[in-house]
Design a protein around this ligand. Structure first.
Ligand code: GTQ
Ligand code: FE2
Length: 314
């Protein structure tokens, strides 16, 4: 005769056949997005000094890419936010970061130096501070540097999504450099700072936000990641925002603070900070006009139909 079993017996037997009760899975019933990542700021002064020291000890060729990933203290590699992997890269005169391609999309926001270039699918693109450079998915790319001094930039990739989906893969080109040519005129891969700063200055008011859109076609810069730049005049604040989008900011110029929920991030030029999904945030410019670059995952979230926002309580 069958003995009446307890619910715990049923759950234990379910585990034997790889089944689990939903009513014991609390994550399915939370009331708001609950990112693991935290609001966090990486100091340029600190990362620059580490990169310069690494530069004396390992070449770009040896390292493949001389990069420090910015790992969110609430998460784990490769996450800067749930969907974005941001990293600081250094290249020195005469070096070559060898050609490869990968499924992740990459963007680069140039912070310091001059004379570096990247070659993307045969197009040689010079990089100057403040420029945004795009590397589409599966495009071969290598980086190089001429002239004196170091060159530093922030990389942003959709690597966390790729690794979650297990479709992150990579291929080396057979030589260090992929054959490339300089193409005159405006490139769909390069968005110079001078152009963006002018557009921000032309906007009325103490605060402006201008998105980066592809020159050809006008779409977001990728299917997963978008970018924009912001101007915040000295002594003023940006409007507060809260949405299912996550952001990684790079400070182009100015000093200030960003309030993220109850956390306050203080920043200066070159600093990079992460704002996880659903955290209400606004920026404050302290001395001088602040110019900020932001990368975000809105194209991905929009494509999936998962965009939501709410008016933050302030
Ligand atoms: O420069 O090609 O930060 O492939 C991570 C992966 C940079 C790059 C990163 C990469 C690169
Ligand atoms: Fe790469």
């Amino acid at each position: 005769m069958q003995v009446a079993s307890s619910i715990d017996d049923v759950i234990a037997e379910a585990a034997n056949v790889h089944a689990h009760p939903l009513w014991k899975a609390p994550h399915a019933r939370v009331a708001a997005p609950n990112p693991r990542s935290l609001a966090h700021c990486w100091s340029y002064r600190q990362l620059r000094s580490l990169l310069v020291r690494a530069g004396e000890l390992i070449s770009a060729e040896e390292a493949d890419r001389r990069v420090f990933m910015m790992i969110n203290p609430g998460s784990e590699p490769p996450c800067t936010t749930e969907t974005i992997a941001a990293a600081y890269q250094l290249i020195l005169p005469g070096e070559c970061a060898p050609a490869h391609r990968h499924t992740p999309f990459a963007l680069r926001f140039i912070v310091e130096g001059t004379g570096a270039f990247t070659a993307v699918n045969g197009e040689k693109v010079w990089m100057e501070p403040g420029d945004l450079i795009l590397t589409p998915s599966w495009a071969f790319h290598d980086h190089g540097k001429e002239g004196a001094g170091p060159m530093l930039w922030v990389d942003g990739l959709d690597v966390p999504l790729m690794s979650y989906l297990r479709i992150q893969f990579f291929e080396e080109w057979k030589e260090a450099r992929f054959p490339s040519l300089e193409i005159g005129g405006a490139s769909n891969l390069r968005y110079p700072w001078a152009e963006m700063e002018q557009r921000l200055r032309d906007e009325p008011g103490a605060y402006a936000l201008v998105p980066y859109l592809q020159r050809v076609g006008g779409q977001a810069i990728s299917r997963t990641m978008g970018a924009y730049a912001e101007r915040i005049d000295a002594g003023t604040s940006s409007p507060a925002r809260q949405s299912t989008v996550s952001h990684v900011y790079v400070v182009r110029s100015g000093r200030g603070r960003t309030h993220v929920g109850s956390t306050v991030l203080e920043w200066e030029p070159g600093d990079t900070f992460a704002i996880p999904t659903w955290q209400a945030f606004h920026h404050e410019a302290l001395d001088g006009t602040a110019y900020l670059f932001a990368m975000h995952d809105r194209p991905l979230i929009d494509a999936l139909g998962y965009y939501q926002e709410q008016r933050p309580a302030r």
